[in-house]
Write a protein that binds this ligand. Structure first.
Ligand SMILES: Nc1ncnc2c1ncn2[C@@H]1O[C@H](COP(=O)(O)OP(=O)(O)OP(=O)(O)O)[C@@H](O)[C@H]1O
Ligand SMILES: [Mg+2]
Length: 238
């Protein structure tokens, strides 16, 4: 299995935020993590990345354990994170922000094209126009693109993306969605936290639906579509 997390238990003090969470991502897949606010979606990504280490469970990536590994080691084996808060450096330029991603990542494997500034700019035209601007001068959408571009500069094989469309206008949500598809077609597997069910339906191969800290449903998007009862219970259906 390309990526497998089993039986993750993560705590914030006394709060048992993840209770036996298990999930897999196959090579080439886009897998969505769905669920209402506060269910543990971001905590799942942070646990995988080693930012909030799980107390028990197992995490294997390409046959090796990354369980309780520090974030820089997880990044070095090819797992990248685009955090919900974006976390760009406000005082660095767009280009400097992107170059920070190189240090935080790993070299591209021999059979994949490495990510360079030029390649990131090809996907994110607006970043090229803003390359000398400071991070703080960017719009919310541009910051999101920068956060994604920076993660890509680390040549991830598995990209964890946390609510990339949050706070963005519908046109930008579509742009982010298209870029995710292009990235996936270029060989990057994606675990995506997404609250917009329509976006999830149009992107993902499979999904996991979280209740309060546990996996309430897993299956393909069409299996989820066939379960209006599950959607009504665990999602905000618009
Ligand atoms: N740093 C923290 N300290 C204490 N509790 C936390 C912390 N971060 C998250 N939690 C709690 O853990 C639970 C899961 O939070 P998490 O951020 O993973 O949810 P989420 O599904 O990503 O929600 P959202 O859709 O709002 O981003 C929530 O009850 C939250 O209050
Ligand atoms: Mg979150």
């Amino acid at each position: 299995m390309f990526f497998k997390a089993s039986g993750l238990n993560t705590y914030y003090g006394l709060i048992h935020a993840l209770q036996n969470i298990s999930l897999t991502v196959d090579q080439g897949e886009i897998v969505c993590l769905l669920g209402r606010n506060g269910m543990g979606k971001s905590t799942t990504l942070k646990s995988i990345m080693g930012l909030v280490p799980p107390q028990s469970g197992a995490i294997d990536f390409q046959g090796r354990s990354i369980f309780q590994a520090p974030p820089y080691k997880v990044a070095r084996v090819g797992v990248g994170l685009v955090p919900q808060e974006r976390r760009i450096f406000p005082n660095l330029t767009v280009e400097e922000n992107l170059l920070m991603g190189v240090k935080a990542g790993c070299p591209a494997p021999r059979d994949l094209e490495p990510w360079t500034l030029k390649r990131v700019y090809k996907h994110f035209g607006s970043l090229e126009r803003r390359s000398r601007n400071k991070g703080s001068q960017l719009s919310g959408g541009e910051q999101q693109m920068l956060s994604m571009g920076r993660a890509l500069m680390g040549n991830p094989l598995l990209l964890l993306v946390d609510e990339p469309g949050e706070g963005l206008a519908p046109l930008l949500v579509r742009e982010v969605r298209d870029v995710l598809l292009q990235i996936n077609r270029a060989g990057v597997s994606i675990l995506l936290v997404e609250h917009n069910l329509k976006v999830a339906m149009s992107l993902a191969h499979r999904c996991y639906l979280l209740g309060k800290g546990f996996v309430a449903f897993e299956g393909t998007m069409s299996q989820l579509r066939a379960r209006p009862d599950v959607m009504a219970k665990y999602l905000e259906v618009s």
